[in-house]
Design a protein around this ligand. Structure first.
Ligand code: NAD
Ligand code: TYD
Length: 339
């Protein structure tokens, strides 16, 4: 089988490619990535050595490039990771989020229709459900929870999900969607909470916690997400949405303190900064459907996954130091300078 993976030079896409190379060496993998600020070819260095792997630099919104690639490769499955993904950047500049996340998804699905792709799998997020109150720990997102996005990022991902379901109904496109909670693990760009805090704590820099740090996220180790996507794209029912999450809820402050403890750094590094506008309070997934239908369960407890992640950032300083040395400095100054 040929599997076309978009956004594979990003965090989850890269981990997914390694997962597939390991678990399904019989398949051919074609990675398409525009190499935006978030895409890093260094993350794919080991994959580049595999004979059944091909990298193509292209924008998923570039209809000609995408159709030409489909003509050449005739993929059996398309997995769409490519997206603008950082909520704070979507507050700064929403336009590119609508472009890539919605129109890019449309371009890929048009190509799937033309070339008879057997499955288009959309990698979606639990953020499309909006947020849950902090004082109702009994509430979880199910696949029936209404779409209710808060940020331009989540609205663009929700728009893409609606379009995917519309292509299924109108054109009979064989689709599936996974909506996952927050991921963490190797190769995550150090603008997101966990790698940002690890890299800053390692250099004894202040750790910017938004608001009071009481917001809750449901953390999933990236390999558990890869396993879920692999199962759904191969065995999940067509036209279905599957929530993916592992009941690993933590407040941001708990996460930051865990990182500080693991690195033996003082809590005095924590700095409370102005809250993110529209900041979602709590995300929490009910993964009952994917468990019941496909037997998926997360394999990595948070305490184990966070230690492995911290170890990876300690062992791969070159990977993230290179990022922090580039344009990222200007971004950090813009985002956090006046907070
Ligand atoms: P990321 O920002 O690390 O990587 C995104 C990748 O997409 C980058 O390699 C980038 O170069 C590429 N890209 C961006 N625009 C493109 C375009 N127009 N054409 C081609 N490539 C383009 O993102 P991530 O955290 O790995 O997330 C991957 C997917 O998973 C996204 O769709 C995201 O919404 C979803 N998701 C992420 C999380 C999370 O916690 N990170 C949770 C649930 C769902
Ligand atoms: P993030 O990693 O951006 O993921 P998302 O907003 O998509 O869930 O942020 C995770 C949580 O951490 C979120 O509640 C915002 C918070 N946060 C901070 O407190 N400080 C930071 O510098 C960042 C980037 C995030």
């Amino acid at each position: 089988m040929t599997i076309l993976v978009t956004g594979g030079a990003g965090f989850i896409g890269a981990n997914f490619l390694y997962w597939e190379l390991r678990e399904h060496p019989e398949d051919r993998l074609v990675c398409v990535d525009a190499l935006t600020y978030a895409g890093n070819l260094r993350s794919l260095e080991k994959a580049m050595k595999a004979e059944n792997f091909r990298f193509v630099k292209a924008d998923i919104c570039d209809r000609k490039a995408i159709f030409d690639l489909f003509e050449e490769e005739k993929p059996d499955i398309v997995v769409n990771f490519a997206a603008e993904t950082h909520v704070d950047r979507s507050v700064e500049n929403p336009g590119v989020f609508l472009q890539t996340n919605i129109l890019g998804t449309q371009t890929l699905m048009d190509a799937c229709r033309r070339y008879g792709t057997k499955r288009f799998h959309q990698v979606a997020t639990d953020e499309v459900y909006g947020d849950l109150p902090l004082d109702r720990p009994d509430l979880f997102f199910t696949e029936e929870t209404p779409i209710h996005a808060s940020s331009p990022y989540s609205a663009s991902k929700a728009g893409a999900d609606l379009l995917v379901m519309a292509y299924a109904r109108t054109f009979g496109l064989p689709v599936s969607i996974t909506r996952c909670s927050n991921n963490y693990g190797p190769y995550q760009f150090p603008e997101k909470l966990i790698p940002l805090m690890i890299s800053r704590a390692m250099s004894d820099q202040p750790l910017p916690v938004y608001g009071t740090g009481e917001n809750v996220r449901d953390w999933l180790y990236v390999d558990d997400h890869c396993a879920a996507i692999d199962l759904v794209m191969r065995k999940g029912r067509e036209g279905e949405v599957y929530n993916v999450g592992g009941h690993n809820e933590r407040t941001n402050l708990e996460v930051v303190k865990t990182i500080l403890r693991a690195l033996d750094k003082p809590e005095s590094l924590i700095t409370f900064v102005k809250d993110r506008p529209g900041h979602d309070r709590r995300y929490a997934i009910d993964p009952e459907k994917i468990h019941r239908e496909l037997g998926w369960l997360p394999q990595t407890a948070f305490d184990q996954g966070i230690q492995a992640t911290i170890r990876w950032y300690l062992d791969n300083k070159g990977w993230w130091e290179e990022i922090l040395a580039g344009d990222y400095q200007q971004y950090y100054q813009r985002m956090y300078g006046n907070r």
